[in-house]
Design a protein around this ligand. Structure first.
Ligand code: VG1
Ligand code: CO
Length: 543
């Protein structure tokens, strides 16, 4: 085995964001770029000698090349074994499961998630720790520091492995096992949900449309929904993972999953529609002419999870990211279980799940999951909904209406302003942050500010402090505005403006969210002087 030690220099900007390092694909393909970061991961772990890793990605352009490089570098750094998904494919939740199932030392997941793929689009890489979850802040900081001090990396001279062939191979002295990316994950889903009841519902004529958006969940949807649950062939559309996702933007929301939206609002619509993102950790759930906002989905799942066999014993607790609506808080209070509020990003849920304090977690960004893995999980959420519908014999719209009538409705929307000039966006948030102490008591479009702060989080398990996680302004009537900048984009700045207003019912539960939120939206624009700083009056994407 010939190990080559390659001299290199630190490359600026190798700082992981909300979910790993994401850059333009061309940046990742630059000389030494991927290699530096991978070596930094191994160095931050104290070396790879004798270790086992799971490696896979969402199949986007450069996925296969990157995997061959990572395998050669793992071998050169003395790793004992790597488990790789066939074709280089592993959804993010499936990778998390394999890390846990095989008790490995972690995993490397290649994805830029919901960002488009291709030579001129985005690529990404993230390290997951042995619990199967995204590396916490302490680990990503260590990787960043290692990348900033890098002088050399190690790689073996070896042929590519055959990613298409399941079974044992090797790179140098390191064992490589190519595995079916779907089987273990599908088996796990069968332990959590009542497949017999879902199968019977489908056999009785219940129709499903699942849009995999030419990304990683195609093979998972086909195996689980069609092969194991008996949905007719063709239930899963855009089922072939493609390097450029067929030119789609694999972000499961009403804007980017338009084909699915049209079908669900069309004549003879299916009973249930769902879509997932590039790497399979997000989900959008729809009924016939019914959109389930992700925050509401989390709350409905919390209230009904006991109907699924894997959760029949109830939930230890729930957690949501700070910008996610308070709908789940109301369910937690009704159930008498704790509810935690964390910064944006799944890495903040890991400690709570590991400590057994929460079972269910969710984010407003179409992410829901439980402690069955340590990532959010798109197909899991789809199966949870199917299990709930089968157990209750109700439609998506009926479940949602029933939920609002019991708990009230948290009207919610996120407005994204994309491709802003980064400096202007930062100036705007800095100005708003500076004004926060003076806001309480002031009135904006008929709403009086009750509290305003910059969100900081102290992890209740390890005591670590994470500051500056979003500006929040809460009004006396319970309405709320949150502003933060995206940490997953690859060009310019994206402002995320989160808007919420609670209506207890019984009246006023059926409004259009944008109408119900109109005064909150107007207040947000004025408070931040959005137009003055960015020149923008309307968002690019509304979810
Ligand atoms: C976005 C979402 C956040 C999510 C993150 C990763 O981050 O808002 O809730 O955890 O993406 O999801 P940001 O910093 O751009 O707001 V994924 O499916 O891209 O791994
Ligand atoms: Co994702």
């Amino acid at each position: 085995m010939n190990i080559v030690t390659v001299p290199t220099e630190p490359i600026a900007g190798q700082k992981p964001g909300t979910s790993g390092l994401r850059k333009k694909t061309q940046v990742f393909m630059q000389r030494h770029y991927l290699e530096n970061f991978v070596q930094a991961i191994f160095d931050a772990l104290g070396g790879a000698a004798g270790k086992t890793f799971v490696i896979g990605g969402d199949g986007r352009y450069f996925n296969d090349r990157a995997i061959q490089v990572i395998l050669r570098m793992a071998a050169a750094n003395g790793a004992a074994r790597c488990i790789v998904g066939q074709g280089g494919i592993l959804s993010t939740p499936a990778a998390s499961h394999l890390i846990r199932l095989n008790a490995t030392d972690g995993g490397i997941v290649l994805s830029a998630s919901h960002n488009p793929g291709g030579p001129d689009e985005d690529f990404g890489i993230k390290f997951n720790t042995p619990n199967g979850g995204p590396a916490p802040e302490g680990v990503t900081a260590a990787i960043h520091a290692a990348a900033n001090g890098i002088r050399e990396y190690r790689i073996v001279e070896a042929q590519d492995i055959d990613l298409a062939r399941i079974g044992a191979q090797s790179v140098g002295r390191m064992a490589v096992e190519v595995v079916d990316p779907v089987a273990d994950y599908a088996d796990l889903m069968e332990t959590l949900f009542d497949f017999a009841a879902i199968r019977a519902m489908i056999a009785g004529g219940f129709r499903i449309r699942f849009d995999a958006m030419c990304a990683v969940t195609g093979p998972y949807g086909v195996e689980i929904l069609e092969n194991r649950l008996g949905a007719p062939r063709g239930t899963v559309v855009n089922r072939q993972p493609l390097p450029d996702f067929g030119g789609m933007h694999p972000d499961p929301n009403p804007v980017w999953a338009k084909m699915l939206m049209d079908e669900m609002w069309g004549a003879d619509a299916p009973d249930f529609g769902a879509a997932s993102d590039g790497d399979g950790d997000r989900n959008m759930v729809l009924g016939r002419e019914t959109y389930v906002s992700p925050s509401d989905s989390l709350a409905v799942i919390a209230a009904n999870a006991h109907l699924a066999p894997g959760y029949a014993g109830g939930l230890a607790g729930v957690a949501r990211s700070m910008p996610t609506s308070g709908a789940v808080d109301l369910v937690a209070a009704a159930l008498g279980i704790p509810c935690f509020e964390t910064p944006t990003g799944w890495k903040f849920f890991g400690n709570l799940m590991d400590a057994g304090r929460v079972t269910l977690c969710g984010e407003e960004s179409f992410g829901t999951g439980s402690d069955h893995v340590r990532e959010k999980d798109g197909l899991w959420a789809v199966l949870m909904w199917l299990n709930i519908l089968a157990a209750r014999g109700a439609s998506v719209a009926e479940v949602l209406e029933d939920h609002f009538s019991r708990h009230g409705r948290n009207y919610y929307s996120r407005h994204d302003f994309e491709a802003l000039d980064a400096a202007s966006a930062e100036t705007m948030l800095a100005a708003l942050a500076a004004s926060l102490p003076d806001l309480p008591g002031t009135e904006w479009h008929g709403q009086t500010v009750a509290a305003a702060d910059s969100f900081a989080y102290t992890d209740p398990v390890d005591g670590s402090l994470t500051e500056n996680q979003g500006l929040r302004i809460v009004f006396g009537n319970g309405a709320r505005i949150v502003l933060r900048l995206s940490g997953t984009g690859t060009s310019g700045a994206t402002l995320r403006l989160y808007l919420e207003r609670f209506v207890p019912g019984p009246d006023g539960l059926g409004e259009d969210p944008q109408t119900a939120l109109a005064p909150v939206i107007a207040a947000a624009h004025d408070l931040a002087d959005l137009h003055g700083h960015t020149g923008r009056t309307a968002p690019d994407v509304i979810t």
